[in-house]
Ligand binder design. Structure first.
Ligand code: AMP
Ligand code: MG
Length: 293
């Protein structure tokens, strides 16, 4: 997943706590092995190579997560779209590589989640159009930390924090107090904009400072507007809080594409989910449930 994993477990039995941490790391490796676009033999890479020719048999786990991602495309009006990768693969932020306008125009029709057909019963994935690629980078880390939280609870752990990059899931509280998770300043690596108290819930942040390069004053970064094939630029960061890390992960990416107005409008329709958006001027915007009455 190309990111650091942080696991914090509190338990009276140190050996159990260590086994719990090992189990989380194993879970993370498992998700990476199945879903990494950088591993040629991952299920995801096999789908990208072959699904335009014939349905590809996958694990029920991958089929279910892709089906979930497609439902989130419907929910977000297409802002969340795992076929962003049909253009997204042409960017390499490390080497400052980006497609030119003509190349984007040629590949753009391949971005459309409706090109992806999942049969969850048979566990197959097919693409109905050539040139389609999928990437689960906007949801897989949240999924992995959510699965990890369930695993810890199953082992009898009642107080823990798991994070993978911008996605954090806490289990229980921290000695009778909530866990405190900071939202980082989008232009100052060591600055904290605000802290959020969390208890048995998840928080995900999407920012334009994670993977990017600047060229002629324009920032090319890893969150792609499926409508344009270019980076979404109306905001600097989005943080979403809610019960389920798979959802907070996908929603933070989605709201980043939607921007302040449409983003807040969407989150205010989802009970139990709240957001903090930092717009391009550095101004903070809060969803209805976070605004002091
Ligand atoms: P996050 O840090 O959770 O916002 O995830 C960013 C990652 O999501 C990127 O690195 C891409 O792998 C993926 N991504 C980028 N744009 C989109 C999009 N419009 N819909 C779904 N996933 C995306
Ligand atoms: Mg996300």
């Amino acid at each position: 997943m190309g990111t650091a994993i942080h696991v914090e477990v509190w338990h009276g039995d140190a050996a159990l706590a260590q086994r719990a941490i090992d189990a989380v790391l194993e879970q993370m490796h498992h998700v990476d092995t199945v879903m990494s676009p950088f591993r040629p033999e991952s299920e995801l890479s096999q789908v990208n190579r072959n699904a335009a020719d014939a349905p590809v048999a996958v694990s029920t786990e991958l089929a279910a997560l892709v089906a979930h991602a497609l439902r989130l495309s419907e929910l977000t009006g297409g802002a969340f779209d795992i076929t962003f990768a049909s253009v997204g693969y042409l960017y390499d932020y490390r080497t400052h590589t980006r497609p030119d306008a003509a190349t984007i125009r040629r590949s753009l029709p391949a971005i459309d989640y409706r090109h992806v057909q999942v049969d969850p019963q048979a566990a197959t994935i097919a693409f109905t159009s050539p040139g389609v690629r999928i990437d689960l980078g906007g949801i897989a880390k949240g999924y992995a930390v959510e699965q990890s939280a369930a695993l810890l609870r199953g082992m009898g752990i009642e107080h823990a924090l798991i994070s993978a990059g911008g996605d954090t899931r806490v289990v229980g509280d921290r000695f009778g107090r909530p866990w405190m998770v900071g939202i980082r300043h989008p232009r100052d690596e060591y600055g904290i904009v605000t802290r959020l108290p969390l208890q048995d819930e998840a928080v995900s942040t999407s920012g334009d400072y994670e993977r990017y390069f600047d060229e002629d004053g324009v920032r090319y970064h890893h969150i792609i507007d499926p409508g344009t094939g270019d980076s979404a630029r109306s905001v600097l960061s989005v943080t979403v809080i809610g019960a389920d890390a798979t959802l907070t992960d996908a929603l933070s990416t989605s709201l980043f594409v939607l921007g302040v107005e449409r983003g807040i409008e969407l989150i205010d329709r989802l009970p139990g989910y709240e957001a903090v958006i930092i717009d391009r001027h550095g101004t903070l915007h809060y969803s209805a449930g976070l605004v002091a009455p």
